[in-house]
Design a protein around this ligand. Structure first.
Ligand code: SAH
Length: 355
């Protein structure tokens, strides 16, 4: 039975499911889940991410995290962690770029958090020279200063959606309409978690809540605040989400999110305000939300591109110029993608970010 039929059966037996449950099934179902069963990344895949576009991205992230480690007095043992490492490309670029930072490689334990068995096995190949370890839960990260990166990880976490109805909310649910999946609405109920949002929304507005993001970020931020370290959260989204941002991508084109469960990437925009509030509650400081293009320019991507360009010509040079543009230009990823930095009280913010 394919995933769509399994979901239709489940709905018939148990009633409509939340959008979050639907996302979880589509992405992580052990047999049919999108991430659980394939490698979706890269130029031939359904979507392409910054580290897959150019090595410059990971190199600059690596130097940024290593600089935080230097600024914090080179703690002797630290965790260098990545959430949702995809093919391991970003971590490989981080490690190559930081080889020359004296003492850094001796200090790090490389920790990866990855739910997909397929991607785990690709990561173990990409990173075979570095002996990474995988954690099953965020709480299993070693109790050390934590230098962490998450690129396009939080957007893959399941969101619940709520439609404002008077002073209460109706949850958007996935149900069935004959042999198709269809959106519907649950009964009107108050939602304590959305009390704040009664102020900036009107009847008919839709808001999203990502409980998984809050729980993961709270753990990471708590560890950075207690033990030291730094976090770089890079994703698309904005300060405070409003509206339906659930999106399905297949071969780099948008499709209806209910159309082919398990066969398309499903994401929702990251609500950076919710992450920032969670970070503060965990005792951690966060930077200003900064567009990816600005962040990479401040870290010196143009100088790096020029240095790489001096050894290239023809189509390789063109590819480099186009990658630089893609990562930084406001019409491409430069503005859509944002960076939120996490750091302990009394520490300097990560390079490229402002308090
Ligand atoms: N960071 C990589 C990959 C981004 S795709 C890059 O920039 O190329 C999202 C990644 O997060 C994949 O590795 C996916 O398997 C992982 N992921 C998604 N949901 C997850 C979850 N709930 N727990 C752990 N990993 C998850």
């Amino acid at each position: 039975m394919n995933l769509k039929d399994l979901l239709l059966l489940r709905i018939q037996n148990d009633g409509p499911m939340t959008v979050a449950d639907y996302m979880t099934e589509c992405l992580m179902h052990p047999e049919h889940g999108y991430y659980a069963t394939r490698d979706p990344l890269g130029a031939q895949g359904d979507f392409i991410t910054a580290p897959e576009i150019s090595q410059m991205f990971g190199e600059l992230i690596g130097l940024c995290l290593a600089q935080c480690w230097l600024d914090q007095g080179k703690p002797e043992r630290v965790a260098l962690a990545e959430l949702g490492p995809g093919r391991g490309t970003l971590m490989a670029d981080i490690l190559r770029a930081t080889k020359g930072v004296p003492g850094f490689h001796n200090a790090i334990e490389i920790m990866l958090f990855e739910a997909s068995p397929v991607l785990r096995s690709i990561q173990s190949k990409t990173l075979q020279n570095y002996k990474p370890q995988w954690v099953e839960a965020i709480s299993d990260l070693p109790d050390l200063p934590l230098y962490l990166v998450a690129n396009e990880f939080f957007d893959a976490l399941p969101v619940r959606q709520f439609l404002r109805d008077g002073e209460g909310w109706r949850e958007r649910l996935v149900g069935r309409d004959g042999t198709s999946l269809a959106f519907g609405l649950g009964a009107q109920t108050p939602q304590a978690a959305l009390n704040e949002r009664l102020q900036d929304t009107q009847d008919g507005d839709l808001v999203e809540l990502c409980a998984a993001a809050t729980s993961i970020l709270s753990s990471v931020a708590g560890q950075i605040s207690r033990n030291g370290g730094a976090g770089l959260i890079i994703d698309y989204g904005d300060w405070r989400s409003l509206g339906d941002t659930l999106q399905a991508l297949q071969t780099q084109k948008p499709i209806d999110p209910l159309d082919q469960p398990g066969q398309a990437d499903l994401t929702a925009h990251v609500d950076f305000e919710a992450l920032a509030v969670t970070a503060r509650a965990a005792g951690c400081v966060h930077s200003r939300l900064t567009p990816q293009g600005v962040f990479l320019e401040r870290l010196g991507i143009t100088a790096r591109a020029q240095s790489l360009a001096s050894r290239l010509s023809g189509s390789q040079l063109e590819a480099l110029i186009s990658a630089h543009r893609r990562l930084t230009h406001p019409d491409e990823m430069g503005n859509l993608f944002k960076v939120l930095g996490l750091y302990p009280q009394h520490a300097a913010p990560p390079p490229g970010l402002e308090p």
